[in-house]
Design a protein around this ligand. Structure first.
Ligand code: ADP
Length: 250
């Protein structure tokens, strides 16, 4: 579970997060919607302190996320991150990319030498199986399509055996068919592995299709929270003021 209380983040005169309270349950896929500049990305990055914040508190799986130090590194190991551009190492094999998800749990020397045990390799292969890329383990990462690379990114996050996954616009650069596969992978990871998944999206239709619960942000505040069935015209008008509904639904 991810628990966020009273989160405030300012960039000079801009208040990017204006007192955000939010809970993402274990086993839940929560989608955050909102116009550009609403604070979605800042919120996601504040959870593991990639963005330092001015006030508030975050905990993951009951452990407070501290500002720095070994304790912060320990909590970060329990949080998988998925970005729009997947950040794979192109020249490494798919399997090695997924194994980097295990690096955090190796003793320092083994980690420096990148010596992986058979157990780590088994875990990585099982994660590849989950995203249906088991057969591509020995291919170079840059031989895969964009959608497949994003799924390797998911396998790498799963290899951390995380309590939480944070996905920032994970399907922004993918075609609709591939986007649905990737979002389906994330939802299955939540439901089958009991991971708390927080996913920022631009597209309302995907939120409707894949979210267990939706949160709408605007100007650093949560202005809607509910199941996707409650995401009606009125809710959308609160999240996207002044925007034609057809545009939000596109
Ligand atoms: P979203 O992800 O919803 O598009 P962001 O979290 O990126 O929104 O941004 C929230 C607000 O914080 C915006 O007004 C944005 O301009 C501002 N902001 C984000 N990052 C920075 C930064 N590094 N420096 C200054 N302002 C920033």
């Amino acid at each position: 579970m991810i628990e966020i209380r009273g989160l405030v983040k300012r960039y000079g005169a801009v208040t990017a997060l204006d007192g955000v309270d939010l809970r993402v349950r274990a086993g839940e896929m929560l989608v955050v919607l909102g116009p550009s500049g609403a604070g979605k990305s800042t919120l996601l990055r504040a959870i593991n302190r990639l963005v330092p914040f001015d006030a508030g508190a975050v905990s993951v799986d009951g452990t407070a996320v501290p500002a720095e130090g070994a304790a912060l590194r320990a909590v970060r190991r329990r949080i998988g991150m998925i970005f729009q551009d997947h950040n794979l190492v192109p020249r490494l094999t798919v399997l090695k990319n997924v194994l980097t998800g295990r690096l955090g749990s190796l003793p320092l020397l083994a980690s420096l030498a990148q010596v992986f045990s058979q157990r780590d390799i088994d875990i990585a292969m099982r994660c590849l199986e989950r995203v249906e890329l088991y057969g591509r383990a020995w291919d170079r990462a840059d031989r895969l399509s964009g959608g497949q690379q994003q799924r390797v990114g998911i396998a790498r996050a799963l290899a951390q055996q995380p309590a939480a996954i944070l996905a920032d616009e994970p399907v922004a650069s993918l075609d609709p068919k591939t986007a649905r596969i990737v979002l389906g992978d994330l939802r299955r990871a939540a439901h089958e592995l009991g991971i708390a998944v927080l996913c920022n999206l631009h597209q309302v239709p995907y939120a409707r299709e894949f979210a267990d619960r939706v949160v709408g942000m605007r100007a650093g505040r949560i202005v809607f929270e509910g199941p996707c069935e409650a995401l009606d015209a009125q809710a959308l008008a609160r999240i996207y003021p002044g925007l034609a509904l057809e545009a939000a639904l596109a």
